[in-house]
Design a binder for this molecule. Sequence first.
Ligand SMILES: [Zn+2]
Length: 259
Amino acid sequence: MISKRFSRQIAFAAFGTDGQVRLGKGRAMVVGVGGLGSWVAELLVRAGVGMLRICDDDSVELSNLHRQALYVEADAAQWPLKAEAAAKRLSAINSDCQIEPFCERIDRLTIHRAAKEIEVIIDATDNFETRFLINDYAVKYSVPWVSAGVMEGEGQVMTLMPGTTPCLRCILPSAPSCCAGDSNACFQFGVLGPVVAAMASMQAVEAVKLLADFADKASPCLTKFDLWNNTLQRIPLSTLGPVADCPCCGRKEFDYLEP
Ligand SMILES: [Zn+2]
């Protein structure tokens, strides 16, 4: 079953059957099944991840469809919860994958339940409050995570591994002013749908590496893509930290997790 379904993936020698078997036991969580999360979830489920918990308390609406690949017009007409609609679609794609919808907002009270037994967290959120919360959780419990953001024709991706790379607060001490307090502030700038898919694909590859025990192949850089102007910038994470007096990974003050 494994060899037939995943034959093209196993044929990639660096990944191989061993990688596929390890991925099949992997447990991941996608925070937000909107633009980024829809694509990441589908890619991981098609790739053969063992278990995927998909977290979102939002409902599907028409303005989602240009970039949120798991939903169709019938969903937008009925306003189902995204996590439930996504779980149905993902189960139809790969019934061997254990899909767990989690239809609550991720906050300091719910994150422990949502991230229980999770090996890799994928940040597909649209706000910095949740990113800093994930960062606190990831550092405290030593869980690697893959973060991405998109806006207009640009996107960026980075893989943060507690104990190896800087944490989010080493890189960004607090939320950018354009996004502080209002999770929808960034949406005024809009985003091109395919840019979302490109960043989500990068996240999915990184998650596959971590889940299949190829953490040494994880990108060592914060990678910024401007797909509109065709530029690429790679900033080695090692030049960004760890920062010795970082409140999170340095002083172990988890302000977002334990206010
Ligand atoms: Zn830090």
